[in-house]
Design a protein around this ligand. Structure first.
Ligand code: HEM
Length: 290
């Protein structure tokens, strides 16, 4: 936490209540869904383990996780317990939920914002057509996309899918001149920092992708103020993958369609776990003439 930046809009939650332990209708439903997901994963893992028959297949994530499930030996010949099946299940859940919703929400906001700003939609399409034409998308080309990257950054700034994340103190700690005891939960509001006029300038609420023209560090007055993927040791492990996936999807959409907001669209960013359009994103697509 950098005093003056992160702590500015930090909300402190001093109580931690485990709502899920109360037997309410919602909690029972949540538990039921969790059990269903775990049993699907147990089935998948069982099948994979049978197929592996002792041999490892570490060319995908599940294979790698199961490889870590084996007991290893350290240099002194002592055995180190690997990941338990329960831990492998938790990792699978984390990767699925952390990876799916976030990236699809980023793409949703991107479609909304490019519908509101057709000039940027045109610029992005021109770039995609100029780089790939009708050819298959490739990794090299995707890494050369400048306008599309600036657009995605600006959407992540204005509408960070993970609008806040939390940290808990494990010992007494002083931050910004205030001493906190262990067990205090801090909520880091990415949204507030991304919308702070002092950090981004008077046009903070405007969609201006070119603020990222010279990279992330030059986009704001305070370097480090752009953190849609978190920060520090627990920074999003999937950030490069997410951006690559989003670029690929956006290129495919831009090549095939021109789009605009449907009259029924109402702009209402709303947080339920993630920052999403409250009433959905109704968008009209039209096949491009080329
Ligand atoms: C636009 C897309 C994404 C956004 C905005 C995003 C955002 C974040 C943020 C803010 C965190 C840190 C949470 C914290 O510090 O408490 C995080 C962690 C994580 N993300 Fe992402 N994420 C995205 C895509 C993905 C994808 C595609 C994957 C996997 C394929 C992924 C996997 C993870 C995992 C496993 C963690 C936990 C890392 C750890 O605790 O060490 N994320 N993500």
């Amino acid at each position: 936490c950098r005093p003056g930046v992160l702590c500015l809009s930090t909300r402190i939650l001093t109580t931690q209540v485990h709502f899920r332990s109360f037997p309410t209708k919602n909690n029972r439903r949540m538990r039921q869904i969790n059990n269903e997901i775990e049993s699907i994963l147990r089935g998948l893992i069982g099948k994979r383990m049978q197929a592996m028959q002792g041999e490892s297949t570490n060319d995908d994530l599940l294979g790698l996780l199961l490889e870590s499930n084996k007991t290893d030996m350290n240099e002194n010949g002592q055995s180190i317990p690997g990941m338990s099946i329960e831990e492998v299940i938790e990792e699978c859940k984390l990767f699925y939920f952390a990876g799916m919703e976030t990236t699809s929400i980023l793409l949703t906001w991107t479609m909304v914002v490019l519908s509101m700003h057709p000039e940027w939609q045109d610029r992005a399409r021109e770039e995609v057509l100029g780089l790939f034409g009708k050819h298959k998308l490739d990794y090299e080309g995707l890494n050369r996309l400048k306008t599309v990257t600036m657009i995605l950054y600006e959407v992540l700034r204005l509408y960070p899918p993970a609008s806040a994340f939390t940290r808990q103190t494990y010992k007494e700690i002083e931050i910004g001149g205030v001493t906190y005891p262990p067990g205090v939960i801090f909520e880091m509001s990415v949204l507030h920092i991304h919308h702070d006029k002092d950090i981004w300038g008077d046009d903070v609420h405007q969609f201006r992708p070119d603020r990222f023209a010279e990279g992330i560090s030059k986009a704001s007055k305070e370097p480090g103020a752009f953190f849609p993927f978190g920060w520090g040791p627990r920074i999003c492990i999937g950030q490069n993958f997410a951006l690559l996936e989003a670029k690929m999807a956006l290129c495919m959409i831009l090549r095939r369609f021109e789009f605009e907001l449907a009259p029924s669209y109402t702009h209402a960013p709303h947080t339920v776990m993630m920052l999403r359009p409250m009433h959905g994103a109704q968008i009209k697509l039209q096949a491009t003439s080329s």
